[in-house]
Design a protein around this ligand. Structure first.
Ligand code: AKG
Length: 261
């Protein structure tokens, strides 16, 4: 991978790669449609009154289209390269479908505090399978380097995600304060991908258009990542994982898909 791309990822916390998963788009669509027909116990409609904002995760072992994509595409190699990691360990898949006519915004948030993951080498891949104009992810450039993390909230009602109080930054609203934030956002085609650090603050507008906005996010971790206990049930929760703070993520649940030779 071009060193400039990795440099930009490190500076901004998020970058766009064009067309890298073009040949996989139909397979991803097939997986998302299967997920919509048969959601898991974790599926969420996010309390949307108008339109639909569906999300679900941890389905890759039962939906073979996702398994094939994760194991046989370039995704794992790209993940290792962008993280500057020898390995790419798979954490989980996440399907996000915002149907046309959905005004619900995705709240500004970082993924890191919802996860039991500690470390600097992390990457999410947000892969839309419908054209994106104004409806994609928006990032606060450089926010992955903020010293404190942003208060995690429930997407359904913006309430606190954890009960126990902790020192969090308040959820920012860059649209009310545009001078103070550099926002990154891109128009995208199916097969493009946005790569972002788990600590990058991001959100999304509603999808008021007449087209669907279906996306698959893949979450990867690298060499320096270990398990960390959070002040409550994480998302995803992975019940019965049995790990303790400081341990590497167990490879039977979170496989290493790529190792640099
Ligand atoms: O698709 C969305 O609106 C949000 C996605 C997101 O936050 C993520 O993939 O981490």
């Amino acid at each position: 991978m071009d060193a400039k791309i990795i440099d930009n990822f490190e500076k901004q916390g998020a970058i766009l790669l064009k067309g890298v998963f073009k040949e996989w788009v139909n397979k991803i669509i097939s997986g998302i449609e299967k997920n919509l027909v048969k959601p898991s116990k974790y599926a969420n409609e996010n309390n949307v009154k108008e339109g639909r904002f569906f999300d679900d995760y941890c389905n890759w072992t039962r939906i073979k289209d996702f398994k094939d994509f994760i194991e046989n595409s370039e995704a794992a190699k790209i993940a290792a390269e962008i993280m500057k990691s020898t390995t790419a360990q798979f954490f989980h898949d996440h399907v996000l479908v915002k149907e046309g006519g959905t005004s619900k915004e995705t709240p500004w948030h970082q993924d890191a505090p919802y996860y039991f993951v500690n470390g600097s080498k992390t990457v999410s891949m947000w892969i839309p399978v419908d054209p994106i104009i104004d409806t994609g992810l928006r990032f606060i450039s450089g926010s992955h380097k903020w010293e404190k993390m942003v208060r995690p909230v429930s997407w359904s009602d913006d309430s606190d995600f954890y009960n126990k109080d902790q020192e969090w930054l308040p959820v920012p609203n860059p649209d009310l304060d545009p001078q103070n934030y550099h926002i990154l956002e891109w128009s995208m085609e199916p097969g493009d991908v946005v790569l972002f650090d788990f600590r990058a603050v991001h959100g999304a507008r509603g999808n008021k258009k007449n087209i669907r906005r279906r996306a698959l996010s893949l979450r990867w971790v690298g060499d320096d990542v270990t398990y960390i206990e959070r002040p409550g049930r994480t998302s995803p929760p992975f019940p019965g994982h049995g790990m303790e703070t400081g341990q590497k993520l167990r490879e039977d649940w979170f496989p290493i898909v790529y190792t640099k030779s």
